[in-house]
Design a protein around this ligand. Structure first.
Ligand SMILES: CC(C)(COP(=O)(O)OP(=O)(O)OC[C@H]1O[C@@H](n2cnc3c(N)ncnc32)[C@H](O)[C@@H]1OP(=O)(O)O)[C@@H](O)C(=O)NCCC(=O)NCCS
Length: 214
């Protein structure tokens, strides 16, 4: 009985977000995000409806980082109703305070693991990237001096990617590296300052799929 009441209350709390997702101009991107997050947490739930996936990620799995990504996608809606629903949602379902996402554009499927103390402020991020805790992707000197990140890039725990640089598709940035120079596709960067020491092969795609670092 108590469980049923709890589920009903949660669904009511989720309702404003459901409307915002349905009305969002980027709902297809949001759906792709959800598909990837669900695939990563429990592949057997992939045939859930959009609302069921939302419930699964926010309540059953309680993935706080996903909330931040969702609010980033929703952005700052122009309409009064949307703004009201967004404020209500952010009160009912709080984002993580220490995870900042403010990039100009981010492709679908971004996964953020343990996203505490993480800032994602890129010029552009491609599809299906993976970012860990204590990462900074951001400016080096000027506010618009920000990286462009490719697809399937893996940014490991503690690393910093700074300045107007380009990180190629499938690049892997090792834990605690500081990257301030371009990285070609499929490369691996390690250390401070980061040096490119080998071809990362398909490591990024494999790791970024989420299956081995869940
Ligand atoms: C990027 C990563 C996958 C590379 O691992 P790998 O392919 O097994 O690399 P290797 O162990 O073959 O190391 C290759 C070289 O890079 C060095 N290296 C690897 N990671 C390094 C790091 N973070 N900093 C400095 N050097 C590093 C190794 O010492 C080795 O040097 P050598 O060629 O001189 O012997 C790994 O370092 C990493 O960062 N993993 C992700 C960690 C993470 O985010 N975990 C989440 C925890 S919540």
């Amino acid at each position: 009985m108590f469980d049923k009441i709890r589920i009903i209350v949660r669904k009511i709390k989720l309702y404003p977000l459901k409307i915002l997702v349905r009305r969002s101009q980027v709902r297809d991107v949001i759906k792709k995000d959800m598909d990837r997050w669900v695939r990563m947490t429990d592949n057997s739930r992939s045939d859930y409806s959009v609302f069921e996936k939302l419930y699964w990620l926010i309540y059953a799995e309680n993935i706080e980082e996903f909330r931040n990504l969702l609010y980033y996608r929703i952005g700052s809606p122009a309409g009064f109703l949307e703004r009201f629903l967004l404020n209500l949602s952010r009160t009912l379902i709080k984002p993580v305070d220490t995870l900042l996402i403010s990039s100009k554009s981010i492709g679908p499927g971004l996964i953020i693991k343990h996203g505490y103390g993480t800032v994602i402020d890129a010029e552009k991020i491609g599809d299906n990237c993976l970012v860990f805790q204590d990462v900074v992707v951001g400016f080096k000197n000027e506010a618009d001096d920000r990286p462009t990140i490719g697809n399937y890039v893996h940014i490991s725990v503690g690393s910093k990617v700074l300045g107007n640089i380009t990180i190629g598709d499938h690049a892997v940035i090792a834990a605690n590296s500081v990257v301030t120079k371009n990285m070609p596709p499929n490369s691996l960067a390690v250390g401070i300052p980061a040096r490119i020491i080998k071809d990362a092969g398909n490591k990024a795609e494999y790791v970024a799929s989420g299956e081995i670092l869940a």
